[in-house]
Design a protein around this ligand. Structure first.
Ligand code: FES
Ligand code: FES
Length: 154
């Protein structure tokens, strides 16, 4: 059985039919074609699927699509424009990515952090990223990239 769900996705109101079991991640990737949020563990352990739900980072694999009815969802695709977002630029410049599988989740989490703390210190960045795993970089360059981006935004 399908259920109608409507929500704001990257600022645009959309309506979609979903099953009761479908996760927000499934709907984003398989029904709406937004593949920025990655499917990795699919059980709430890695953060590769992180999106913003009413401005807060959540694991899209752990949110049922029916739960987002009436909400606002932002994905990494919301950063897309003709120029790189400062966080994207800093992540590249500071070599904060290797395979890139964690990167969209890192960017979205960092975006939420900078929205309420425009100048986070290293400890605050580490705390914010606690739910986002990276198997490649060792985190130091990601943290540096977020600090660089925070300075670029001011
Ligand atoms: S894929 Fe969602 S937390 Fe790992
Ligand atoms: S860059 Fe490969 S998991 Fe983070």
């Amino acid at each position: 059985m399908n259920y109608p769900v409507s929500f704001h996705l990257n600022g645009k109101l959309i309506a979609v039919q979903v099953t009761a079991q479908e996760s927000l991640l499934d709907v984003l990737r398989h029904r709406l074609g937004l593949t920025g949020a990655k499917e990795a563990c699919n059980e709430g352990n890695c953060g590769a699927c992180t999106v913003l739900l009413d401005s807060l980072p959540v694991y899209a694999c752990m949110v049922l699509a029916v739960e987002v009815d009436g909400a606002a969802v932002e994905t990494v695709e919301d950063m897309e424009s003709e120029e790189l977002h400062p966080l994207q630029k800093a992540m590249i410049d500071q070599q904060g990515l290797q395979c890139g599988y964690c990167s969209s989740g890192m960017l979205v989490t960092a975006q939420a952090l900078l929205a309420h703390n425009s100048r986070p210190n290293k400890t605050q960045i580490r705390e914010a990223l606690a739910g986002n795993l990276c198997r490649c970089t060792g985190y130091a360059d990601i943290i540096k990239a977020i600090q660089v981006a925070s300075r670029a935004r001011r």
